[in-house]
Design a protein around this ligand. Structure first.
Ligand code: C2E
Ligand code: MG
Ligand code: MG
Ligand code: MG
Length: 277
């Protein structure tokens, strides 16, 4: 299908560069056809309250199972989707699919069950973001207060004046926000305060080091306190062990997300998990 490059162009590249370029172009092609080939699906990771160990919501995480390449991690394909602009179509699909499943979770589990969906940087800065989301929410007939959008600390802090505008528009739709991967970037506490996010999600890299590393432990406790001072509920990401759980519990962390409770699950598995917890 793709036309061969003229000889003139190809001599500009040595073999290795040529190969890399072809791989990348092929990857972009495969990614663009992933949705119509039904290769994308969502899995859901429970968010569990530390105080009563009840699941009060889940985060939607995207999975690409390519017929040609096998399963590819979102950390690898999201940046490519961003570069090519495909992320906007993909992002709409994620939100639609997540809200369709949320409607079932709310019927079967609890009417206030909450769904968190990740936004990428170009989705966040897309001029049509608010209209797109408004439409998807209307069609889904989901109560917007049960939808939580995750943006990373970096996305929130770059061009902060623009960010605060976007965030205010999203809030007007009735949605809530999470600050994701917190601790890995630079935050202005002045902005963090204005964003009034519902959740502060502490990055896994801090959780990994507790309880052994004393300074990570102290940083963690202080992030939890900071979150509470700013009226946010604090979520620890990537909790895997009993020791980590107990440390976070005694540090007044609110919510846990991690393999200690559950890996990301299929829709059916999440319902089963929610029914027995
Ligand atoms: P994230 O939003 O910070 O999601 C948390 C990641 O940590 C997920 O990886 C999750 O599976 C993993 N995780 C959770 N608990 C544990 C644990 O106890 N141990 C370990 N080792 N890992 C744990 P995943 O699903 O591979 O996603 C990676 C990143 O890709 C996400 O980080 C998010 O930034 C991005 N992503 C995933 N789905 C989407 C999506 O639908 N849209 C966008 N824009 N980005 C997405
Ligand atoms: Mg996230
Ligand atoms: Mg994160
Ligand atoms: Mg992350």
């Amino acid at each position: 299908k793709s036309k061969e490059n003229g000889k003139g162009i190809s001599t500009l590249f040595n073999d290795e560069m040529n190969k890399q370029l072809k791989t990348k172009i092929r990857l972009e092609e495969l990614l663009r056809s992933s949705l119509k080939n039904n290769e994308m699906n969502l899995v859901y990771q429970p968010k569990v309250s530390i105080s009563n160990r009840a699941m009060n919501g889940a985060e939607a995480l995207l999975r690409w199972n390519s017929r040609e390449l096998g399963s590819i991690s979102p950390s690898d394909f999201i940046p490519i989707a961003e570069e090519t602009g495909f992320i906007l179509e993909l992002g709409d699909w994620v939100l639609q699919q997540a809200l369709r499943d949320l409607s079932d979770f709310q019927k079967v589990l609890s009417s206030d069950f909450e769904m968190a969906v990740n936004l990428s940087a170009s989705q966040f800065h897309d001029k049509k973001l608010v209209t797109r989301i408004e439409q998807i929410i209307q069609t889904s007939q989901i109560n917007p207060s049960t939808v939580n959008l995750e943006i990373t600390e970096n996305m929130a802090m770059e061009e902060s004046n623009k960010a605060i505008d976007i965030i205010n528009h999203l809030k007007e739709l009735g949605l809530s926000l999470s600050i994701d991967d917190f601790g890995t970037g630079y935050s202005s506490y002045n902005y963090l305060k204005q964003y009034k996010a519902k959740y502060l999600k502490i990055d896994k890299s801090f959780v990994d080091e507790i309880p052994e590393d004393k300074s990570s432990g102290l940083i963690l406790k202080n992030i939890i306190n900071l979150g509470h001072i700013l009226n946010m509920e604090v979520i620890a990401e990537g909790v895997e062990t009993e020791d980590q759980f107990h440390f976070l519990k005694s540090s007044n962390c609110d919510i846990i997300q991690g393999y200690y409770f559950s890996k990301p699950l299929s829709k059916e598995e999440l319902i089963a998990y929610g029914r027995t917890d």
